[in-house]
Design a protein around this ligand. Structure first.
Ligand SMILES: [Zn+2]
Length: 278
């Protein structure tokens, strides 16, 4: 009698354990070690939408599949190096994830540009301010996910300038390079790094002929200094679609592509996004 009861009890126990394991909250973070300006990925298996915070901001999760959620999280360039613990909750359980932000000394370089592109006339100053506000409005728009899978390179040529470099322009002004530059030849095709919708194809003061693609989930890619457009505003593009051609329009010293990525309004290193196994 006692044995039979014990058997029945252990069977119930196994079923309960298996049941709870199937619903258990599973969370992982990749890569676990990064530098300021990078983006990292959180993948979660949960029965309900997970929540979490990083640096005081809510992490924005989106659904990837059945019970599977994902979040791309930007680490701003001014983030203090150190160890960060991120707690992920799904209403019933919580998991802790550890992120290490390594110290990195971004190099400084000196750059000479045409004076009128550095010390602006009142008219150009107004134009730059207007364009800045217009772009800020764009980043606030969080649409449904249009990107899918890994992010690809926009051109085949090599990188000529890294992300985060501190620049001293014409010995007087300083700025931070919040994108990456690809060396290229005039007229070389530029491809969309992932699928999305063109939200801007226009000439800007600094960017010259610029294309901006909204990939959804608060993620945008920006392609500057183009010689011409191959898309127009409102057009949907798939990954690899030719959106324009390399040029030297705007504030540029020669033909090259400047690529920036904005995530939740924060500039991140496009290479760290391309390195993620999505
Ligand atoms: Zn650049």
């Amino acid at each position: 009698m006692v044995t039979r009861f014990f058997h029945r009890f252990s069977l119930v126990l196994i079923v309960v354990l298996l049941g709870s394991q199937a619903d258990a909250l599973v969370a992982e973070l990749r890569p676990s070690e990064i530098i300021p300006g990078d983006v990292f990925l959180i993948r979660v298996l949960a029965s309900g939408t997970p929540s979490g915070e990083f640096k005081g901001g809510k992490i924005r999760f989106f659904m990837k599949g059945d019970d599977e959620y994902m979040a791309l999280v930007p680490v701003p360039l001014d983030t203090e190096p150190g160890d960060y613990r991120i707690t992920i909750k799904d209403g019933r359980e919580a998991r802790c994830l550890d992120l290490r932000v390594r110290r990195y000394e971004f190099p400084t370089e000196r750059l000479t540009l045409p004076e009128e592109k550095v010390f602006l006339s009142p008219e150009n100053q107004k134009r730059v301010e207007r364009e800045y506000l217009m772009l800020q409005d764009l980043w606030d728009d969080v649409t449904e996910r249009m990107w899918d899978g890994v992010f690809i390179q926009p051109v085949d040529t090599r990188l000529s300038e890294a992300f985060g470099i501190r620049r001293i322009i014409n010995s007087k002004k300083t700025s931070i390079h919040r994108g990456i530059d690809y060396k290229g030849t005039m007229g070389e095709p530029v491809r969309a790094i992932n699928s999305g919708r063109v939200v801007l194809a226009d000439e800007l003061f600094y960017g010259g002929k610029t294309v901006i693609i909204d990939h959804g989930t608060g993620l945008f890619s920006i392609y500057m200094h183009l010689s011409g457009f191959n898309v127009s505003k409102g057009q949907n593009v798939s990954k690899g679609h030719i959106i324009g051609f390399i040029g030297a329009t705007g504030r540029a010293t020669g033909p090259h592509l400047h690529l920036s990525v904005k995530l939740g309004g924060i500039s991140v290193n496009p290479l760290s996004l391309m390195n993620l196994d999505l």
